[in-house]
Design a binder for this molecule. Sequence first.
Ligand code: IPE
Ligand code: MG
Length: 227
Amino acid sequence: MDGNGRWAKQKGLIRAVGHENGTKSVRQTVEAAAELGIENLTLYAFSTENWNRPKLEVDTLMRLLVSSLKKEIKTLHDNNIKLKAIGNLETLPKKVLKELREVIESTKNNNRTTLTLALSYGSRAEILNVVKEISVKVKNNIISAENIDESIINEHLYTRNLPDVDLLIRTSGEQRISNFLLWQIAYAELFFTKVLWPDFTKQHFCDAIIEYQNRERRFGKTSEQIS
Ligand code: IPE
Ligand code: MG
């Protein structure tokens, strides 16, 4: 979700207003995903690198997160959405963590769509963590080095219960991955749009899905093998 700051700047407003308006796009996208029956939607809400922004902006984002969680719990239940979170969650302010845990607990039996928030998330940190956890298990003879395979790596990622990414959408015209789900996007279709995140609507989301549906996913095979 990118472009909140530029959206505000274009309108002569402070960045916080861009972030606030970005929450409307979150609601639209989440509702659209549930309506379309998409089983998993993961939103990159705050990266490990975002901690390096000015403190005032980080505080604003954390405050927005708490208020959105409080406000949107009804939206989640109305749409039968389960909330999850991935990332180095211990680094989040206590207030955020408390609210997050409450909403996760409250929505755990919902089963239409799983909404995963990537918070204080960085893919390299995630992979590093996997390497450490597996190393300890090898050392303690729980796993043998020869048996390490992709499924064992998958089981140690924060996303252990999620499938690989099918479609990755990035807004605001940037054509980068920025440390997001690097392992999990190996065969994802990438969709880049110039639309700034606060302008992103249900229609834009559907446009991305339609484009995705028209891509041929070959996973290394030939077109003939696929059809
Ligand atoms: C995305 O918008 C929001 C977060 C990273 C939390 P930006 O804040 O990155 O907006 P730009 O890139 O400055 O326009
Ligand atoms: Mg940005």
